[in-house]
Design a binder for this molecule. Structure first.
Ligand code: NDP
Length: 328
């Protein structure tokens, strides 16, 4: 067994340290599949882990990185063999299990899915957990019976990773998309992804009225807190909002009025522990439905050496679209 390069978070009495080191393969955690990682990504959660702004990391030392694509090096799992291209999102990677900002990982084969046909490794990570979560949100709205004929769909945090993919997916599915953003200078970008209207974040920041003017039939919310409460209060009769994020806060200062007087539903979306069949369905749909030219236009690529700086920017709300991290 040898060593490999990894970004490692350690906890000391003085606080958290983050730095590169040669990691011993013998110190990898239990698992039946060893993977050579080619790409990872930067998600909001990775930013929280890297900056220590929230207790995302549950074990030290930790290699952060919640997403990966790579090639199987060794496997005793019946579904995977050496040379297979695989992806992994979540399941505690980078939180409780040594993660993706490293040349090697050892994980449970049950966590893996084959790289979906039609996507390159880099494209799969341009989608990453953010894009897969955006698809889970769309699927939740559809399962609720919502269709574009019911009215517009709003996306909050629209210029971020989940938001950008959500705008593109909803537009592709025929929705009139209202992109809510704190960066109105990104209006042209959001329209190029398929947004029909831009709403300023400040329009969702005001006091929450129990029932606001009915403006949209569906919503994908990536930010939580007051903006989510306002989105709910402005949802049309029988509509629904898929909530997946907390960039504005964990709280939800909402009224029950939209639920009990308009039959509005709040749909919780989790990607980390989502069951495998749901993941496979989401990834197959992403491979078929997401416009790869739009995906390329929302993606930037950085080397692993730049991920710490990028992690600070994502928690400050300064990252646009998706960030692929080259590990290779
Ligand atoms: P990004 O940082 O790329 O996107 C978040 C966006 O939210 C920003 O780009 C910005 O958009 C907006 N935003 C940032 N800070 C604030 C603020 N203080 N108030 C209001 N809006 C703000 O992150 P991701 O796309 O990676 O993740 C988005 C959210 O979804 C995160 O909270 C993340 O934890 C969550 N998430 C949840 C998952 C799950 O399984 N439930 C999986 C993946 C992500 P703009 O400038 O356009 O306003």
């Amino acid at each position: 067994m040898g060593t490999f390069k990894a970004l490692v978070i350690d906890k000391t009495d003085a606080g958290q340290t983050v730095g590169f080191r040669e990691f011993d393969e013998a110190d990898l955690m239990d698992g039946d599949v060893t993977i050579r990682v080619s790409h990872s990504t930067l998600n909001y959660k990775d930013g929280l882990a890297l900056t220590g702004k929230a207790p995302v990391v549950r074990r030290f030392p930790m290699i952060p990185g919640v997403d990966l694509v790579g090639t199987v090096e060794a496997s005793s799992h019946p579904e995977f063999k050496g040379g297979d291209a695989v992806i992994l999102n979540g399941w505690g990677l980078g939180e409780t299990h040594l993660g993706a900002y490293a040349q090697k990982v050892r994980v449970k084969g049950d966590w893996l899915i084959p790289l979906p046909e039609g996507l390159t490794p880099q494209q799969s990570m341009a989608i990453g957990t953010a894009g897969y979560t955006a698809m889970l949100c769309l699927m939740a709205l559809e399962k609720h019976g919502l269709t574009p004929e019911r009215g517009p769909a709003i996306v909050t945090g629209a210029a971020g990773g989940v938001g950008s993919v959500a705008v593109a997916l909803l537009a592709q599915a025929g929705w009139h998309v209202i992109a809510a953003t704190g960066r109105p200078q990104e209006a042209a970008y959001l329209k190029s992804l398929g947004a029909a209207e831009i709403l300023e974040r400040s329009d969702l920041a005001g006091p929450v009225r129990p029932l606001g003017k009915e403006r949209w039939a569906a919503g994908i919310d990536t930010i939580g807190s007051v903006p989510l409460a306002n989105v709910i209060s402005m949802t049309r009769y029988g509509g629904a909002v898929a909530a997946c994020g907390l960039a504005a806060g964990m709280d939800l200062p909402a009224s029950v009025a939209p639920f009990i007087l308009r039959g509005v539903s709040l749909l919780g979306v989790d990607s980390v522990m989502a069951p495998r069949p749901l993941r496979i369905e989401a990834w197959n749909r992403l491979a078929q439905e997401l416009d790869l030219a739009k995906l390329a236009s929302m993606t930037s690529i950085i080397p692993l050496e730049e991920v710490m700086e990028a992690g600070s920017r994502i928690v400050a709300g300064q990252v646009k679209g998706r960030v692929v991290v080259e590990i290779g």
